[in-house]
Design a protein around this ligand. Structure first.
Ligand SMILES: [Ca+2]
Ligand SMILES: [Ca+2]
Ligand SMILES: [Ca+2]
Length: 250
């Protein structure tokens, strides 16, 4: 009986270990909402996943020119540069997940990040409408997409096109937000959920202008709130599941 139970658990865990693909969905926009007070728990946050009224409880970041960063939960690469004229928003604080509070900056077009831990769901928030008036006056029709990048052929390059005819391109689940109302200098936030997050998964956030411009879209700070992060005991169990998979394959 014990042995049977072990194999049932092992089978479930084998499926869980083998099915490494996340599911990305668009959750909603907060337009002219609480984004400027994203770190102030006294302000109710309608889209906060973990309910502590802070966007980015797990991690949060602003960035500087072509920056990279790494924390216990994530690492990131900002593909873009920095731009001045950043209105006041809550300080991230130097003690938040080891991220230094960079001066106001924004990324151009793309922001890639890796999540280093399993989680049931991670909610990603992207701030927009963060420029001073002289800039936001020309800033409208913004939307964002979040896409998982995969490495199906195992060559260490993620998100290639046409590498595997059977499985398709190395693009996983993807979602695009609604188009935001024209910028007015009051910060907005766009939220995506990633379900079935597994350690080492790679994602790219992309800003899109929908008014025919070829110019890169400006993106603001990013927040992560996670639920269902396994306790160490569960990780041990998953490790045992992985071993069981190997044993059964032999
Ligand atoms: Ca939170
Ligand atoms: Ca590849
Ligand atoms: Ca706005």
């Amino acid at each position: 009986m014990e042995r049977k139970l072990f194999f049932v658990i092992a089978t479930v865990l084998c499926v869980a270990v083998a099915a490494q693909a996340s599911v990305v969905t668009f959750v909603g926009n907060e337009v002219d909402g609480t984004a400027a007070e994203w770190r102030t728990s006294g302000t109710a946050k309608p889209y906060d996943l973990d309910g502590d009224n802070i966007y980015g409880t797990t991690a949060g970041v602003h960035w500087t020119v072509a920056s990279t960063g790494e924390g216990p939960f994530w690492s990131y690469i900002s593909a873009g540069g920095q731009y001045g004229g950043f209105p006041a928003i809550d300080s991230l604080g130097a003690d938040d997940d080891g991220v230094t509070d960079a001066p106001g900056g924004i990324a151009l077009s793309q922001f890639a990040f890796t999540i280093n831990q399993d989680a049931a769901t991670v909610r990603v928030g992207l701030m927009h409408d963060i420029l001073a008036e002289v800039e936001w006056a020309a800033d409208f029709g913004f939307s964002a997409s979040l896409t998982e990048l995969l490495d199906l052929d195992g060559d260490g390059i993620y998100g290639e096109t046409g590498v595997d005819a059977e499985a398709g391109d190395e693009i996983g689940s993807s979602a695009t937000s609604d188009i935001l109302a024209a910028a007015n200098g009051i910060q907005d936030m766009i939220f995506f959920d990633i379900d079935n997050v597994y350690a080492g998964s790679l994602f790219v956030l992309e800003g899109i202008y929908n008014d025919g411009r070829t110019q890169n879209a400006y993106m603001g700070p990013v927040s992560w709130d996670a639920v269902g992060v396994p306790e160490p005991a569960t990780l041990v169990l998953l490790g045992m599941g992985g071993l069981a998979c190997l044993r059964r394959k032999k």
